[in-house]
Design a binder for this molecule. Structure first.
Ligand SMILES: Nc1ncnc2c1ncn2[C@@H]1O[C@H](COP(=O)(O)OP(=O)(O)OP(=O)(O)O)[C@@H](O)[C@H]1O
Ligand SMILES: Nc1ncnc2c1ncn2[C@@H]1O[C@H](COP(=O)(O)OP(=O)(O)OP(=O)(O)O)[C@@H](O)[C@H]1O
Ligand SMILES: [Mg+2]
Ligand SMILES: [Mg+2]
Lengths: 226, 226
């Protein structure tokens, strides 16, 4: 479903300071895979996820998604692919503070049928255990509840690929297990799931672990079947 | 150092919906303890930390901190105690987006000697592994790096008590171990450390685990010495 070759991303801080977030990453991902991305804090995992999710363009290298050379796509084609095919769970949640939980979840489907949209948003929130928090704003929710709203929003358009950046960082064991069961279920239906995690027991649910270090992929191994 | 009795906190949402975040919590904490607070997402851990850290007043119950009845303290006395005695690491980091890492860390000591303040902020950032990120703003830092800036800021005034809400939620194993070593070191020096965590191996570093469920304390046990 996607191929990255030599993907490089740097940030220039002031005159003489350059941060190399990605230094030539190669990655092949087939449809329906269930991959964990691990690595030290600052190693480039979120930057990698932003490139895969077409949220950020690399400075060098190629990225082919679903047969399209992403660098050559027009902005609105890119937005179309991103909105329909990719569900993104951000590390910082990125919920809109003035909208309620259900309004945040509805956002990706704003141009669709309103009745279906409300019903789908309700079901997405119920599936992450927030059936009794529809009308709370982010500041009226706990950290883990905000994280779960962000997960529900990513599921809204039933995307072909889910990119989740540390989706269980604020969740207790039981809530984490519920979220992993959702991702497992989507993967069983053929959806591609890529998850950044720092928790080994969360990564053990995946079928492949890609490890990053200093902006490069340091290892890429299948998870042994338990 | 502190005693909570019957602490209650509710949020009224609209006309007929009340959320009981804390339903009568009792807690005694002695100086120099090292306590983990665990429990399901939404069980009241952050609300409890906000009450302990004098950031939020309970609706009912009593809170005595260092011999003072917190409910009877004048606002500026409360702010004085909070600023000098308590270091708070927020679950959502709460960094000011327009300030650099070092400016965020300096904030708690703004009224002190500038030269000492800059030096202390530098050392706090170096101790959490961010010696090469002083001048980055939060949006120019990874999730785990932002979390570590929030930890460095809490250490700035060398407070007697550190309250850390999910301080390792975005950190890989090695960065987590470095942060836990800092908390362990502070506790060895006699500082009181209270940490919310959902990770059992992080809680195992503490000496006592308080578990919460539905706004109440469901268990309170010492950690068996390994
Ligand atoms: N400002 C608010 N208005 C309304 N409800 C709130 C508010 N803040 C918290 N709540 C509710 O109070 C309950 C306790 O919230 P709290 O943040 O203390 O939980 P928590 O244990 O820290 O959860 P997590 O592990 O997900 O961070 C939650 O169900 C939440 O929805
Ligand atoms: N906008 C930016 N400007 C400058 N540097 C940046 C920016 N965004 C990220 N960085 C730097 O690039 C490196 C990689 O960041 P990234 O967010 O991808 O790391 P990460 O692996 O997700 O870390 P974490 O596990 O802490 O979330 C970090 O060292 C960070 O400081
Ligand atoms: Mg990240
Ligand atoms: Mg919380």
């Amino acid at each position: 479903i996607l191929t990255l070759r030599g993907v490089t991303k740097s940030y220039r801080m002031g005159k003489e300071n350059i941060v190399h977030a990605l230094r030539g990453a190669d990655l092949d991902l087939a449809e329906g895979e269930f991959v964990a991305i691990m690595g030290p804090s600052g190693s480039g995992k979120s930057t990698m996820m932003n490139v895969i999710g077409c949220l950020d363009a690399p400075d060098d290298g190629t990225y082919v998604l679903d047969g399209h050379d992403v660098a050559k796509l027009k902005d609105d084609d890119l937005a179309e692919i991103r909105n329909r095919k990719i569900g993104f769970v951000f590390q910082g949640f990125n919920l809109l503070p003035r909208l309620t939980a259900i309004e945040n979840v509805e956002l990706p489907a704003l141009y669709g049928n309103p009745k279906q949209r409300k019903e789908r948003a309700r079901r997405a929130l119920e599936s992450v255990g927030l059936g009794d928090r529809f009308h709370h704003k982010p500041s009226e929710l706990s950290g883990g509840q905000q994280q779960r709203v962000a997960i529900a929003r990513a599921l809204m358009n039933e995307p072909a690929m889910i990119l989740a950046d540390e989706p269980t960082g604020n969740l207790d064991t039981r809530s984490s297990a519920e979220i992993l069961a959702i991702f497992q279920h989507l993967n069983d239906q053929g959806k591609t799931v890529v998850m950044v995690t720092h928790e080994p027991d969360v990564a053990a649910h995946c079928k492949r672990i890609v490890r990053m270090r200093d902006g490069r992929i340091s290892s890429d191994e299948p998870v042994p079947v338990q």
